[in-house]
Write a protein that binds this ligand. Structure first.
Ligand code: NOJ
Length: 709
């Protein structure tokens, strides 16, 4: 650093965008080529591929004065070339091992494609299905979200950032971005510090404890102050309390957008505010590039701040081995050997089958050869669709690598059934031209398999919806198909919970497939055939209608909960809708059934720091083997703050043969009963706690314990 001029130091804090992807408004004021040559750029995003990253790295290393290598960042969100299920889907596996492995493979591929840094995991808790970015996170629950955050960080970063097959991770978006008002992207967030600490921050802390190399600021204001310059978030919590010493990167032009937020008059003031708020790198905002040197010279921003940022950026480059060999990640041979390997596809397939949630099944699934079914009609705009299986943020994914549902089912069942396909309608169109062909096909078939949902890009950044119905006339198509009187199985592809009351009432079976990635068809075929017994559970509540939003399982009780007195008028209810979700958090079916019994606690009174063991017997009472996710929730009945009616505190995925019983034990410690109290202190309070175990957040057995002083 001693060799560096102030201009070169500020250059390290400047990140520019390439054009292999567009992930924000392009900044027209750039003079990027010249800046690269002069060593005034520290990082690039949206450049993917060994050859392309090599090209830029060579310019910087060979032509700039000090030859400091670039760090290449990119949105590797659910796979790089091998595209895995979207994160929301993956979270429904509740399988931390497969989640970690999918991040591991994403990192292996990303690092072979010249990338050093992924802008993932997104660990924003999301309770609003209108918000498109719900697709990109781990759902609505803080506890599960925290475990997933750690698993993904460990998967991306491995044991050592210096290994050639790891990338630096980035916990984003700090913080509370998922609470955007009205589910509209970039919108303001106004929540209490207590809510922030109890609900939104723990996944970030968990990412930090797992060693995450960087944090990204969020676009939103938090209680009136843009997150990018929010002192409570960055200085008090991230730096002082949590002692984070890695890089903080802005979101895409979130520094420049301080002007639109109305807290800075011009880009110079943006740079001042962001630098003083300890944002180390300006993503594509050109505020640091154009004004930070001047601000330091004027004494408005201390050079100590610049030095500290540059030290962190260079340290990460050292850790990644870029000073030993700036080209180590951009070797075309390695890239071609590694990406999209058979093993990677196998893991993507495992992840995909584990992500499929069976929402309803009236005995129609799995398909058995012995049934009378011979002819199957695959109908719907997502039946023979490759592109949309990639979901949003599909990185270097290519639709030509996708196994569509049609291909997957044909491969698995082609010799057992006659399988015919008709699209029926587009995803989002009012045209009904093809309805009659679809109905004709349905009439000639024994079973209708309808593939409906959203386009892959209807969720993700800036892709919010005010209604969460099936787009276009897909519901009408389903209704017409139902008229044929044939059995109707519905497979949904979507990046958010949808309003599907009619489907719930009328379909014989419903499978939530989200966007499953390149192995979508093969994974679905495994589930349909029963080769794999579905075990996934929802990590977000499904509302009955958009008016219930936000709806989440860990809400407060209110002073007039409806269940206490359903016939009384003055109760917390809607006149025109149930207050309950259509499907609750934690819900999902299997082809077998499980029974819970003998729920017991090792004690009924514990002192604050004692351990408690909760045990329950779970029996597979069906005819085939299967897996159940046993969930444990608590409810602090009398606390100094009103506490959620349920809070997930533990879970275990148990595999059981038909007829088999296992005892499942959970050890709980005082940490599990703590929360941020009214003084925002992490605290345990004496009193009665209800403990629940069961198969989802509503279907539970309960016991009480007392925590004594
Ligand atoms: C904006 C998004 O909010 C962020 O998540 C992403 O990493 C950046 N753009 C870069 O593409």
């Amino acid at each position: 650093m001693e060799k560096m001029t102030l201009e070169e130091k500020v250059g390290q804090m400047h990140q520019i965008a390439g054009n292999d992807a567009v992930s924000g408004p392009l900044n027209p004021s750039s003079n990027d080529g010249e800046d690269l040559r002069r060593g005034l750029v520290g990082s690039m995003l949206n450049v993917v591929g060994a050859d392309k990253t090599y090209k830029y790295q060579k310019i910087v290393v060979e032509e700039s004065r000090l030859g400091i290598p670039l760090i290449f960042g990119h949105d590797v969100i659910h796979g790089c070339k091998t595209i895995f299920p979207i994160p929301l889907a993956e979270s429904c596996s509740w399988d931390l091992d497969i989640i970690k492995r999918s991040a591991r493979i994403s990192a292996i591929e990303a690092s072979a494609m010249g990338l050093h840094w992924t802008f993932a995991p997104m660990v924003d808790i999301a309770r609003d299905p209108r918000w498109g970015r719900i697709a990109e996170g781990g759902g609505e629950d803080t506890y599960l979200g925290s475990l997933i955050a750690a698993a993904r960080v460990k998967g991306f970063q491995g044991d050592d950032l210096n290994s050639l097959d790891t990338v630096a991770a980035c916990a984003k978006h700090f913080a509370a971005y998922g609470a955007a008002e009205a589910g509209r992207d970039y919108n303001q967030v106004d929540i209490s510090e207590n809510n922030l600490r109890n609900i939104y921050l723990p996944p970030f802390k968990s990412a930090l404890d797992a060693g995450v190399a960087s944090f990204m600021n969020a676009f939103n204001t938090l209680n009136g102050i843009p997150a990018t310059i929010n002192e409570l978030l960055v200085k008090s919590i991230l730096k002082d309390e949590w002692k984070f010493d890695g890089i903080i990167v802005s979101d895409y032009n979130s520094i420049g957008e301080l002007i639109q937020h109305g807290v800075a008059a011009d880009k110079k003031e943006c740079a001042e505010l962001a630098a003083n708020a300890l944002c180390d790198m300006d993503m594509s905002g050109y505020c640091y590039r154009d004004h930070l040197v001047e601000l330091v010279k004027e004494g408005i921003v201390s050079e100590v701040i610049v030095d500290s940022a540059v030290e962190k950026i260079l340290t990460l480059k050292y850790k990644l081995g870029l000073f030993d060999d700036p080209y180590r990640y951009c070797k075309p041979n390695r890239e071609s050997e590694i990406i999209l390997s058979h093993t990677n596809r196998q893991v993507a397939r495992e992840c995909a089958r584990k992500s499929i949630v069976l929402l309803k099944n009236e005995g129609t699934l799995p398909l058995t050869k012995s049934s009378a079914i011979r002819k199957i009609a695959l109908i719907g705009p997502l039946a023979n669709n490759k592109f949309d299986m990639l979901g949003s943020w599909y990185c270097a994914g290519d639709e030509n690598d996708v196994v569509s549902f049609y291909d997957g089912l044909k491969n698995r069942f082609g010799s057992d059934y006659e399988i015919n396909y008709c699209k029926g309608c587009e995803i989002d169109s009012e045209v009904k031209e093809d309805f009659s062909e679809a109905i004709g096909l349905a009439e000639k078939s024994d079973l209708i398999f309808a593939f409906v949902g959203e386009a892959g890009l209807m969720s993700g950044e800036a892709s919010c919806r005010t209604n969460i119905l099936l787009p276009g006339n897909q519901l009408e198509l389903l209704k017409a198909l139902k008229q044929t009187g044939k059995k109707l199985i519905v497979a949904l592809s979507n990046g958010r919970p949808l309003e599907i009351n009619w489907i719930e009432e009328n379909a014989d079976a419903i499978l939530e497939t989200w966007f499953l990635g390149i192995e979508a068809g093969n994974a679905l075929a495994e589930v349909i055939s029963g080769d794999f017994n579905p075990s996934a559970k929802l990590t977000v509540s499904f509302p009955r209608n958009v008016g219930q939003i936000p709806i989440y399982y860990n809400h407060l009780n209110t002073g007039r909960p409806l269940y206490e007195s359903p016939n009384e008028h003055y109760r917390s209810r809607y006149l025109d809708s149930s207050v309950e979700p259509l499907y609750p958090f934690g819900y999902g079916l299997s082809y077998t059934k499980f029974e819970f019994s003998n729920f017991s606690l090792s004690k009924n009174k514990i002192a604050e720091i004692e351990e408690l063991v909760a045990s329950v017997d779970i029996k597979n009472i069906g005819e085939i083997s299967g897996e159940e996710i046993v969930q444990l929730y608590i409810h602090d009945k009398v606390a100094t703050l009103s506490r959620p009616v349920r809070e997930l505190k533990a879970f275990k995925k148990i595999s059981l043969q038909a007829g088999e019983t296992k005892k499942v034990k959970f050890s709980l410690s005082d940490e599990d009963f703590k929360y941020y109290d009214k003084n925002n202190k992490w605290n345990i309070e004496p009193g009665i706690i209800e403990i629940f175990v069961g198969a989802n957040s509503q279907d539970l057995l309960m016991k009480e314990i007392e925590i004594t002083k």
